[in-house]
Ligand binder design. Structure first.
Ligand SMILES: Nc1ncnc2c1ncn2[C@@H]1O[C@H](COP(=O)(O)OP(=O)(O)OP(=O)(O)O)[C@@H](O)[C@H]1O
Length: 322
């Protein structure tokens, strides 16, 4: 057995395939360790375990480990709306779940400073992230999606009056957290088109934006404002989603359109943006979301549209230009 083989045999139960170029020279063992995606604690533990395993060999007196970390080419997609209450958070959570189920390593950021609702949607209410090396560590949701919300940083029910720079700093901390091997971050933006939104997108340069609107004219006018905001900051619009279109009466089955229907599709067409899909107004969506079991996570029929929209999002992500 060569020295290289001996060193590898000693450490591979600990390092897996992360160790490379092991050498032994005059009692000193050295190697390169790829620590991509490991948290600070995991890195320290792996380093200490490898050292101990090598020092247990009779001819090793000293160990040098050079750590490398591949910089992740991580993309940020924002979900925005011109006005509140149109279902932006519901869409963001369900899209994240549908993308995860399709194999995308996705993290979820709740940047809604006015009413962070992702902890409830993703069943992580009351949990608190801790920090390591000055960076927040996302909370693991039950859907395999790491997440961070401003709602995790304040006590439940505590009023939040984030303003200007304070809001910007808080959002920055969520985005610059230790996202591990997440390749895509979905951010649920605060509703509206104010300074907080503009400075966030200027600073963090999302790869694209998804706009959620209900079908009625007023909501669509606000959605157009949101599109203007992204255009101003040179953020590509991935497309529009129409939410709460067409209500099927749970008793008689008749479909009515309390907010109209088709408005977002027509608006997308007239502005030349893709239309990503239409989500019906369905009490099952509200109930499941409020219960922390978003419909995209189950086989429920209500979840299907979210998977279809997520598939369109994946197509967009897979285009080489992005
Ligand atoms: N398609 C739908 N059918 C039924 N209820 C829905 C639908 N979409 C969202 N809802 C419900 O509407 C309410 C508002 O949705 P949500 O919180 O996602 O909106 P939002 O745009 O993120 O609001 P905010 O302005 O507070 O951020 C929630 O109770 C949610 O469960």
């Amino acid at each position: 057995m060569t020295d290289t083989e001996r060193l590898l045999a000693a450490i591979s139960p600990i390092s897996g395939t992360r160790a490379a170029a092991p050498r032994l020279s005059e009692g000193r063992a050295s190697l390169i360790l790829d620590v991509t995606g490991l948290s600070g604690d995991q890195r320290l533990k792996m380093e200490a375990d490898i050292k101990a395993a090598l020092l247990a060999l009779p001819d090793v007196a000293d160990v040098r480990i050079a750590m490398t970390s591949e910089k992740k080419d991580r993309r940020l997609i924002v979900v925005g709306s011109g006005k509140g209450g149109v279902g932006k958070s519901t869409v963001a959570a369900n899209l994240a779940i549908a993308l995860r189920q399709a194999g995308v390593k996705v993290g979820l950021i709740d940047a809604d400073i006015y009413g962070p609702s992702q902890p409830r949607l993703m069943a992580t209410e009351g949990e608190r992230p801790h920090a390591e090396d000055q960076k927040l560590i996302p909370i693991d949701s039950r859907y395999g999606i790491p997440m961070l919300s401003l709602g995790h940083l304040v006590k439940p029910g505590q009023a939040i009056a984030w303003r200007g720079p304070m809001a910007g700093n808080a959002l920055g901390q969520l985005i610059d957290a230790q996202w591990g091997d997440a390749e895509l971050l979905i951010a649920d933006l605060p509703p509206g088109t104010g300074d907080v939104q503009l400075s966030m997108i200027q600073k963090h340069k999302p790869s694209g934006a998804v706009i959620v609107s209900t079908p009625q004219d007023l909501a669509l006018i606000d959605a157009t404002r949101a599109i203007d905001l992204f255009n101003q900051a040179n953020v590509p619009i991935i497309g529009l989603i129409e939410n709460m279109a067409g209500y099927q009466c749970p008793h008689c089955g008749e479909v009515s359109d309390p907010f109209g229907t088709g408005g977002a599709e027509a608006a997308a067409k007239s502005m030349g943006y893709p239309f990503l899909g239409r989500i019906p107004l369905d009490i099952a969506i509200r109930k499941a979301s409020d219960a922390g079991t978003p419909p995209a996570a189950s086989n429920a029929a209500e979840g299907r549209t979210f998977h279809e929209i997520a598939a369109r999002l994946r197509e967009w992500l897979n285009q080489p230009v992005h």
